[in-house]
Design a protein around this ligand. Structure first.
Ligand SMILES: C[S@@+](CC[C@H](N)C(=O)[O-])C[C@H]1O[C@@H](n2cnc3c(N)ncnc32)[C@H](O)[C@@H]1O
Length: 446
């Protein structure tokens, strides 16, 4: 089963790549496109390092207007995964209400492609400080920045001592940073790079050994675990100089181990996520020493994405009070209920009409207006809210909950579905919303 649907909801590579149209616009890429023997559709040979490199260059050019050199001995950055990490950072900054214009981030180990800073600067206008230990990579990274006219936003720092990560690397001074990010060297040894899985698609990363970048890019003493431990050690010294520390982690066990260590590190808040692309999952961890920052709760992030996106279904019984039994009337009534809860509702696809057999809304809630509503109303009547309570309830969280509400006819019955798409409240909130709708529509629990 294609797993792309579990990618970040805003990841444009959720949908299948159109190799034919990319080939039509990018002649250098066209050289690698052929008809797949089993699918009969245009594809590339994912075991061909040059083809994969050209695909990354083409996506960066086509979707972000970036012209990027990726030297033949360097790691080829797969773009869907890089985008998943960046989108998560956007979410964290939104969550902490730091989505202003002056975001300044750090990319530890930027590589020759300088892919994260280029994407962050071009896509979001963020200022980025990028570091790397490898002379050759720093040189090409600088050329990539210059070639895209992004020198005003991106600066590159050459690390002189491989033991150093942040402390002793960041320019001295009072500058504070909004976040740091890192795709750490994965391997403990050269031999480990040779035992990578053989199978690969565009969505897989890190690549099998034939694709690996130079040893210095991929290998570090103690592998990713030790590398991230060094970021944690530096974070305990730098504290609030960087508001949110993050890293990608390639192994689930390492991610769990690092989370455990962070729990006793003195960090004020921490969280973890999964980056799903193709058949590969990577993990993201984030922590902060800023007391005012509350990262999304850990327990909501560990639910496997597959479950998160599973729709919650309700077969609508034929007798519901005050509405006719058809998709149009039901969804109009549901829209009214959502609007009364102050949700933002937009209809997806073709506009509904009285004969519609299906309909779908995209819904966003920025405040919890549904849970315990009756109790709250009763309480309010007997005891008016304090000003503090009112302010708290009126506070908006742009990342609270987004979901889809859809109805369709299956064997003459209307099936109604709620599907979580994103938001800190997680999928559980949909149970409450479904129950709320059932109460409003006077549908009894079976
Ligand atoms: C897995 S690569 C990631 C490259 C790029 N960020 C990407 O995602 O495609 C790890 C990078 O970390 C760099 N590196 C290793 N030790 C480092 C250190 N102490 N400080 C900065 N970079 C380092 C390597 O040279 C390499 O470019």
């Amino acid at each position: 089963m294609a797993m792309t649907k579990y990618m970040h909801p805003r990841n444009k590579y959720k949908n299948k790549l159109d190799f034919a149209s990319l080939a039509a616009s990018y002649p250098a890429f066209a050289e690698y496109v052929h008809t797949g023997p089993s699918s009969g559709k245009p594809t590339i040979d994912f075991s061909d390092k040059n083809a994969v490199r050209e695909l990354s260059r083409t996506l960066l050019a086509c979707d972000f207007g970036l012209k990027v050199t990726i030297p033949s001995d360097s790691l080829v950055p797969t773009i869907p995964l890089r985008l998943n990490y960046l989108l998560w950072l956007e979410d964290l900054l939104n969550w902490t209400e730091n989505c202003g214009e002056n975001v300044h981030g750090i990319d530890i180990g930027t590589g020759a492609s300088c892919v994260y800073p280029l994407l962050a600067a071009r896509k979001n206008g963020w200022r980025m400080t990028a570091t790397d230990i490898r002379e050759e990579s720093v040189k090409v990274a600088e050329e990539n920045v210059k070639g895209n006219n992004l020198e005003d936003l991106i600066s590159i720092v050459k690390v002189e001592d491989e033991q150093k990560i942040l402390v002793g690397v960041l320019p001295e001074g009072k500058t504070t940073y909004d976040f740091c990010m890192c795709n750490p060297p994965f391997f403990r040894s050269d031999s480990e790079t040779n035992s990578m899985s053989k199978s690969r698609t565009i969505l897989r990363d890190p690549p099998k050994n034939g694709f690996s970048g130079a040893k210095a890019e991929l290998v570090a003493p103690g592998g990713e675990l030790e590398f991230v431990r060094r970021i944690i050690a530096d974070s305990k010294l730098l504290l609030t100089k960087i508001r949110i520390y993050t890293s990608m982690v390639g192994h689930k066990n390492n991610a769990n181990e690092l989370v455990k260590e962070l729990q006793s590190s003195g960090a004020k808040s921490l969280t973890k996520t999964e980056f799903c692309q193709g058949n590969t999952t990577r993990w993201g961890i984030a922590w902060t020493f800023c007391p005012e920052i509350r990262l999304p709760p850990l327990q909501q992030q560990v639910v496997h994405n597959k479950k998160l996106f599973q729709p919650m279904e309700l077969t609508i019984p034929e007798e519901i009070e005050s509405i006719e039994y058809n998709v149009y009337c039901l969804m109009n009534r549901i829209r009214e209920i959502f609007v009364s809860l102050q949700f933002e509702v937009s209809e997806k696809g073709k506009a509904m009409s009285p004969g519609s057999k299906k309909a779908c809304f995209e819904v966003r809630a920025v405040r919890n207006t549904w849970s315990n509503r009756r109790r709250k109303r009763r309480q309010e009547q007997s005891e008016p809210k304090t000003k503090k309570q009112r302010v708290e309830e009126e506070e908006e969280d742009p990342n609270l909950l987004s979901f889809k509400a859809a109805a369709c006819v299956v064997e003459k019955k209307i099936v109604f579905k709620l599907t979580w798409t994103q938001g800190s409240l997680g999928r559980d909130a949909l149970h409450q919303i479904m129950q709320y709708l059932m109460n409003e529509l006077r549908i009894k629990n079976k």
